[in-house]
Write a protein that binds this ligand. Structure first.
Ligand code: ZN
Length: 120
């Protein structure tokens, strides 16, 4: 079974490698939506896959790094596409949450990415 926990944060960014006329080259902001998925078996006593509170606690320090920041200023996010942000999040969450199986990052309600560790 999989569970997920959803988080939101607000950040500015721009994409430095798109053409000069592309709108994403200009600084702008998103209310990002992140969902962290955790896979596992139900604990027979507790009846859950993982404690939502544990997932929230693992996320908290990342939110402090990302929220109300310019993503381009953060080491590893110099080119802060949603794809790169998902990988960045995965690499910081996975060591503390080995059962992490998917990171979703949405820049808005209609555009997002799913990362499942393909590049690790
Ligand atoms: Zn953007």
């Amino acid at each position: 079974m999989e569970i997920f926990k959803k988080f939101t944060f607000d950040s500015a960014h721009y994409l430095p490698h798109v053409s000069a006329t592309h709108k994403c080259r200009r600084m702008h902001g998103h209310t990002y939506i992140v969902r962290l998925f955790v896979a596992g078996d139900l604990d027979p006593v507790l009846g859950w896959v993982a404690d939502f509170g544990d997932v929230k606690a693992i996320w908290k320090p990342l939110e402090e790094q990302l929220d109300h920041r310019t993503l381009n200023d953060i080491p590893g996010l110099e080119n802060p596409t949603a794809e790169n942000l998902a990988i960045w999040i995965w690499r910081r969450v996975k060591p503390s949450l080995p059962a992490l199986c998917r990171v979703e990052v949405c820049e808005n309600p209609s555009s997002g990415v799913i990362y499942q560790g393909e590049y690790e």
